[in-house]
Ligand binder design. Structure first.
Ligand SMILES: [Zn+2]
Length: 147
């Protein structure tokens, strides 16, 4: 990832939905601060969606949380509903073919869940609040500052 200032990135929300040639559509992605777990309002996200490779969309997103921390995301979404994302430990693969609940459980268990991909899901705000509560519970139980 090249260093950049989020101020130079355009708002992310205007670049959704992402629609692939085969009809697969991603309405939005939900993000939160990795440090304090505050949910990012979609209007506060800045970033870029680039379509350089056929059948894939690269999403670079930045959230400057009021707590002072910055969370950066790099995700490649594919038209077969799979995706890969980068975090501090490297690239990971995921699939949105899993049920949403399954996905949530798997990621939360591994404390790796960093974003929620919304596919035809209307109440993402409510879902994010639920995730935030779950993440708080886990980090309290473990008594660490992993996030
Ligand atoms: Zn924060």
């Amino acid at each position: 990832m090249t260093p950049h200032h989020s101020a130079s990135l355009p708002p992310l929300h205007g670049q959704f939905p992402i629609v692939f040639a085969n009809g697969h559509k991603i309405d939005s992605i939900g993000f939160w601060c990795r440090t304090c777990l505050e949910i990012a309002h979609p209007m506060q996200m800045r970033g870029l969606v680039s379509r350089l490779v056929e059948g894939a969309a690269d999403v670079r997103a930045v959230y400057d949380c009021p707590c002072g921390c910055r969370s950066e995301y790099l995700i490649r979404l594919k038209d077969d509903k799979s995706f890969i994302y980068l975090d501090e430990s490297g690239w990971h693969t995921g699939s949105s073919k899993l049920s949403r609940l399954q996905k949530l459980r798997i990621r939360v268990t591994h404390l790796q869940m960093q974003f929620v991909i919304r596919i035809g899901y209307r109440s993402i705000g409510r879902k994010l609040k639920k995730i935030k509560r779950t993440l708080h519970k886990i980090s309290m139980r473990q008594g660490n500052s992993r996030f």
